[in-house]
Design a protein around this ligand. Structure first.
Ligand code: GDP
Ligand code: IMO
Ligand code: MG
Length: 423
């Protein structure tokens, strides 16, 4: 059976949660491989709304769900999600497995995240404040603590004390921040570890066994390729490889086993946090999209920046990710706009450029060149076949398809499961 990756092609919030929920009904295993509780994936099922930060969006279908070793895990957040979904009747225990190799997010990570953002002033990244950057930094400098280490109390206490002693010096010197209490952290986190014990395991082996016994594995992307630490708009990115390149590293799945990549792309563009966004619309259209599309962060509640579809960035993204097909979401939000613009090229320093500049110093200087298409006024949420969509809406979708050179196999016309067109 294949391994399919479902992944965001923009700056996150493309509607991955909805798509993963839809197609994970066909999966045996759903695995997250990177990011942490910075993610917010929304799934709507009739009148119920579920927001996933750490637990994969496949949990609603009773599949095996894996939080891979590449995810940075905030145990309090994970326990809160386990409790919330269990209370709402979702079977979590027995279906959720967390890698013992996953790095743990500690209070000093969150404190450093917020303090360093404050210090950056105008150059801030606009992080989610979930401690993601500092936790990944610790992984790289080998100061990180992994879930498996939490179960040996003496060992764990020694490591926390060493880290907290160092962080307290840094926080005092740089930010005049209050010191953290290492004993209190050990106590709190040792408690979390006891509650998480039934979920923590060797997920590399679990996934290998699943593959060997012919199970269908789904890989759930978080964030989007333009937030990838290597290929995104650095430094305005997250701290992990959100692109497909992170899959092997963050899960232990063999890279050669990734058979299929489905990109999730919003029919316009949004971004939350700072950084270049060539097609951003600061006027009426941006406001229209934000309001009609409910573009407010699922994790932080921040208003998302909104703008036109960026065909240049998307060509780059789908090529880099090797997308086989695209799920185009939120098409319904565009109803009511007189005309629609698609960015087909950039002007950079007076020159017309058709290729997305991988040098982020240039991406902040890109001026969009647009092709304008006529809009439509008919509602599309009731459409279930491509032919049901207004002709101008189909034209818009086909224009995107031509521009990015990938088939749009699924069109989403509303947040609910049924509001979906399969082509
Ligand atoms: P994710 O992070 O990629 O999973 O996306 P988010 O959940 O952060 O944001 C997507 C939002 O759009 C959620 O509120 C979804 O319920 C909603 N959504 C998903 N698909 C559609 C769609 O086709 N139309 C509309 N109107 N909303 C959608
Ligand atoms: P999902 O999975 C949108 C953004 C933050 C900020 C930058 C760095 O829901 O699509 P971080 O806290 O990761 O250090 O913040 O990345 N960001 C996201 N934006 N969707 C997400 O996840 C995001 N996760 C991080 O807003 O600009
Ligand atoms: Mg989101």
């Amino acid at each position: 059976m294949p391994v399919t990756c479902v992944i965001g092609t923009q700056w996150g919030d493309e509607g991955k949660g909805k798509i993963i929920d839809l197609i994970s009904s066909r999966a045996d295993v759903v695995v997250r491989y990177q990011g942490g509780a910075n993610a917010g994936h929304t799934v709507k099922v009739r009148d119920q709304k579920f927001v996933f930060h750490l637990i994969p969006s496949g949990i609603l279908h009773g599949k095996i769900n894996v939080i891979g070793n590449g995810v940075v895990v905030d145990p309090a957040q994970l326990l809160a999600e386990i409790e919330e979904f269990s209370t709402r009747g979702v079977k979590v225990e027995g279906n959720l497995f967390v890698s013992e190799l996953a790095h743990v997010v500690f209070p000093y990570h969150k404190a450093m995240d917020k303090l360093s953002e404050g210090r950056r002033g105008g150059a801030r990244i606009g992080t989610t404040g979930r401690g993601i950057g500092p936790a990944y930094a610790d992984r790289a400098t080998r100061a990180g603590i992994r879930l498996a280490e939490l179960f040996d109390r003496d060992h764990f206490a020694r490591r926390v004390h060493a880290n907290v002693a160092e962080r307290n010096v840094i926080m005092k010197a740089l930010y005049d921040g209050p010191p953290l209490d290492a004993d209190a952290i050990v106590e709190e986190y040792y408690g979390y570890a006891q509650r998480l014990k039934p979920f923590v395991t060797d997920t590399v082996r679990l996934l290998r066994r699943a593959l060997n016994s012919g199970r269908y594995v789904f890989v759930e992307g978080a964030q989007g390729v333009l937030l990838d630490v290597d290929f995104g708009t650095y430094p305005f990115v997250t701290s992990s490889n959100a692109s497909t390149f992170g899959v092997g590293i963050g899960s232990g799945l063999p890279p050669r086993r990734l058979d299929e990549v489905m990109g999730v792309t919003k029919a316009y563009t949004t971004r939350v946090g700072e950084g270049p966004f060539p097609t951003e619309d600061l006027g009426e259209t941006g406001e229209y999209l934000r309001k009609k599309g409910g573009e407010f962060g699922a994790t932080t509640g921040r208003p998302r920046r909104c703008g036109w579809f960026d065909g240049v960035a998307m060509r780059f993204a789908v090529d880099l990710l090797s997308c086989d097909s695209i799920a185009l979401t939120k098409v319904d939000v565009l109803t009511g706009l007189d005309e629609l613009k698609i960015c087909t090229a950039y002007r950079v320093n007076g020159e017309v450029v058709h290729d997305y500049p991988t040098n982020p110093l240039l991406s902040s200087q890109c001026e969009p060149i647009y092709e304008t298409l006529p809009g439509w006024s008919e509602e599309t949420r009731g459409a279930r076949r491509f032919e049901d969509l207004p002709a101008r809406c189909r034209q818009y979708i086909e224009a995107i398809e031509r521009m990015i050179g990938r088939p749009i196999g699924l069109v989403s016309v509303g947040p609910d499961r049924e509001e979906t067109i399969y082509r």
